[in-house]
Design a protein. Structure first.
Ligand code: MTE
Length: 318
């Protein structure tokens, strides 16, 4: 099950102390002590939660300059239907979920396939801190200091064949630990997919943490996708299967409401959701009455990704 290890990390890639101290200040401001303890406010209860620090992270040049949303907001205002429909459900109802031990099955059109432990999957990859904007179709947004590594670096290790035109992802199915899965809110398990060039794009990451600590359960522990130029529903959480496939994969929200959620789901202020405008967004953390701001094409990442869709009519392929 062990796969190829990358070369050792160069010392130049290690987070400089000043950046690290800065991050510690951010964590402290968010309520996390240097020991990695955060008070239970993000969970809405009195108990204290432990979030394991990830150690030093390499700051990524792909980060935005935007001010990150506070930890408590990122970890308490969530969409994770496996734990319920309300934004507060994932933080309140994910306490029984066990993200470790974890394994991921890789199958389909690749030379290397099989079931791999979390350590096999993540272990060889140096982790970076990437501050990315997350824009939800519900017209709110956050700025998250993710910890993760490029998905493409992982995918290459499996040596996909020329038949691998798409990559499909699947969330774990554990109704005992995920109360939302005991109801047919969606057709479980949650599934998502990307075209292979999107999956290989350096902006696409697999995240294992945020704010320098391991991912809270409600944010998709232990392993989730982050595709910053697409609406948030593409960023599938708690991944247990990665499949290299030839045809466009089944995706959960496209299945639930095809006229509202397309396969591509690129952030596009010019293409409205059938029931509301997508032209503006409310940054989370500023209070409900904070003014909305204009949404940017591809969520602000147009320079990097617009060329992927050069020949496509984006109002048709939404
Ligand atoms: N992944 C799974 N498995 N289940 C979900 O309900 N919700 C998606 C996405 N990934 C979802 C999911 C949606 S709609 C959004 S906006 C983001 O997760 C929210 O991520 P966050 O809670 O970390 O902000």
């Amino acid at each position: 099950m062990l796969i190829r290890k990358p070369p050792a990390i160069k010392s130049s890639e290690i987070t400089p102390e000043s950046v690290y101290l800065n991050r510690r200040e951010l964590l402290r401001a968010a309520g996390i002590t240097t020991a990695g303890m955060i008070s239970g406010t993000a969970h809405g209860d009195e108990s204290d939660m432990n979030f394991k620090p990830l150690g030093k992270l390499t700051p990524s040049p792909y980060s935005t300059d935007a001010e990150p949303t506070g930890f408590a907001d990122i970890a308490s205002y969530n969409n994770f239907y496996e734990f319920g429909l309300d934004k507060s459900d994932p933080a309140a109802r994910s306490g029984d979920f066990k993200p470790k031990p974890w394994s991921v099955t890789v199958d389909g059109a690749a030379e290397v396939t099989g079931t791999f432990t979390y350590e096999d999957i993540v272990g060889p990859h140096p982790l970076e801190e990437r501050v990315y904007r997350l824009r939800c179709v519900e017209a709110w947004s956050m700025v998250v200091p993710w910890a993760g590594f490029p998905l493409g670096d992982l995918l290459k290790r499996f040596k996909p064949t020329s038949n691998a035109k798409y990559v499909a992802f699947e969330t774990v199915y554990r109704p005992d630990e995920m109360p939302g899965q005991r109801r047919r809110l969606l057709r479980w398990p949650y599934r998502e997919g990307l075209r292979i060039d999107e999956a290989m794009h350096p902006l696409t990451i697999l995240a294992t943490g945020l704010y320098g600590v391991e991912l809270p359960n409600q944010n998709g522990a232990p392993l989730r996708l982050v595709v910053p130029w697409k609406y948030g529903f593409k960023s599938i959480k708690s991944i247990v299967r990665i499949s290299f496939i030839e045809d466009e994969p089944f995706t959960t929200w496209n299945d639930a409401a095809p006229s509202e959620y397309g396969f591509f789901a690129n952030v596009n202020p010019e293409v409205d959701h059938p029931r509301w405008s997508q032209a503006r967004e409310r940054p989370i953390g500023g209070g409900f009455f904070a003014s909305k701001v204009p949404t940017l094409m591809f969520n602000g990442y147009a320079d990097e990704v617009a060329s992927l869709y050069a020949d496509m009519d984006l109002s048709r392929y939404y």
